[in-house]
Design a protein around this ligand. Structure first.
Ligand code: CMC
Length: 392
């Protein structure tokens, strides 16, 4: 064990070589397959970015059409999955429902368990999960509010279909707001991949045992759920509401975040890798202003967020520790303006991160990476003799 280096949180440990996402935390650079996040967020669509991440190149027009058609064909889920959904209590957190429904796909498509499937068969699993996640996500929400579920509308594009499944009421002629659909497209692209983060590493480690794509993604969803990772977007909004309820005294909460005896952290601030700024946060801050303006929403939480950011960026504690707003500092404010409830925020993150998880799982399997199995340094007792129960 003398040769083993312990690196809690893998702060300085690289787990793999990867050709998917380039990230430079010092300079705030993020690129998918060589394309800058700024350019993709402005010009691309979420499904095009998904194709890029998974297959390595931007699709031709014909390839994109084929990919979109395939995805549309598989949006419907087996009716028995609705029975699983019905078994959840209506107060179930939608992240737990989502990971369970995704894992249930292993039962409906048991062929996905075979690690020796052809790449064509793997492609079908990829199409299936991309198609069905929005259905699961919207159903998890409908379950929570006690409404009947909406079935997919295959006339609509990926984002619009999701919005309709989320918000259409029975017998209502639902019209998708193009401002909301466009904002959703941007948010999904910004979350689509982020190299070896906690949930992606989880997907790779689970997949490295040759577990199925569905089982690996389900594990990734659970890793994303925690408040230090994807759950931060929900935590940010709850924090902003807490500050608003307490009279909007931002300075008081900044002081709490700096106090080492107080467990309170400024949610949406800080990042393991970005030490100057998070390029996604820059795009999202502007999107928040645009979307709220276009929707005519005047949200006091946006004012509180901006005030917090201004104070923190000038505060010695945050400057010294290089803590900046991350992608999720403003995302929740946009989701809220879109009518998406707080407990669904991390589900939205999962929808966005899905192509990244798929691409990383596929890369790991294609490179025949060995099973993920870290070592440890043992710190427990030396050999001891068993003591009979009546002598303890
Ligand atoms: N508020 C107050 N202090 C903080 C914060 C914060 N948000 N983030 C880090 N610190 C302090 C921390 O207490 C530590 O101080 P010290 O060196 O005195 O012990 C120092 O800064 C370094 O923090 P760390 O926790 O050792 O750094 P890490 O790289 O392990 O953690 C992080 C990164 C993102 C988990 C952390 O910054 C954090 O908890 N932020 C709030 C949660 C959050 O917004 N998470 C979303 C991340 S972006 C979306 C995603 O990828 O999921």
């Amino acid at each position: 064990s003398g040769l083993i280096t312990i690196d809690p949180g893998f702060k300085n440990t690289g787990s793999t070589k990867s050709a998917i996402t380039f990230l430079n935390g010092e300079e705030g650079i993020l690129r998918y397959r060589g394309y800058s996040i700024e350019e993709l967020a402005e010009k691309s669509s979420f499904l095009e970015v998904s194709y890029l991440l998974i297959y390595g190149e931007l699709p031709t027009k014909a390839q994109l059409e084929h990919f979109q058609n395939e995805i549309t064909t598989h949006t419907l889920v087996h009716e028995d999955i609705k029975k699983i959904l019905d078994g959840f209590p209506s107060n179930a957190h939608p992240m737990g429902v989502l990971s369970s429904l995704v894992c249930s796909l292993t039962a409906f498509y048991p062929e996905s368990l075979d690690p020796n499937r052809s790449s064509k068969e793997v492609d079908l699993s990829i199409i299936r999960i991309l198609s069905k996640m929005p259905t699961f996500a919207a159903w998890a929400f409908k379950n929570q509010i006690g409404h009947p579920v909406n079935y997919p509308d295959n006339e609509l594009d990926y984002q619009s279909n999701f919005l309709k499944m989320m918000f259409a009421l029975p017998a209502e002629k639902y019209k998708v707001n193009p401002v909301v659909a466009k904002a959703l497209n941007t948010l999904l692209i910004l979350h689509a991949d982020h190299e070896q983060n906690c949930s992606t590493s989880t997907v790779r480690v689970v997949g490295s045992s040759q577990a199925s794509l569905y089982a690996s993604i389900s594990a990734g969803i659970n890793a994303l759920w925690g408040p230090l990772h994807g759950g931060a977007n929900q935590a940010v909004l709850e924090m902003l509401e807490q500050i608003e309820k307490a009279g909007g005294d931002t300075a008081k909460f900044i002081a709490k975040a700096k106090d080492k005896n107080d467990p309170f952290r400024l949610m949406g601030f800080g990042h393991r890798v970005y030490k100057n700024f998070d390029p996604r946060a820059k795009i999202i801050k502007k999107a928040a202003d645009d979307v709220l303006g276009q929707l005519g929403v005047d949200d006091p939480l946006l004012t509180i967020a901006k005030e917090l950011e201004q104070i923190a960026l000038k505060d010695e504690y945050f400057v010294e520790k290089k803590l900046y707003p991350n992608v999720d500092f403003y995302s929740g404010i946009i989701y809220r303006a879109m009518g998406i409830p707080t407990e669904m925020f991390t589900v939205m993150f999962a929808l966005g991160r899905l192509p990244g998880w798929i691409a990383q799982w596929k890369e790991m399997r294609e490179n025949n990476e060995p099973i993920g199995r870290p070592r440890q340094v043992y710190t427990g007792e030396n050999l001891r003799s068993y003591v009979d129960l009546n002598k303890r």
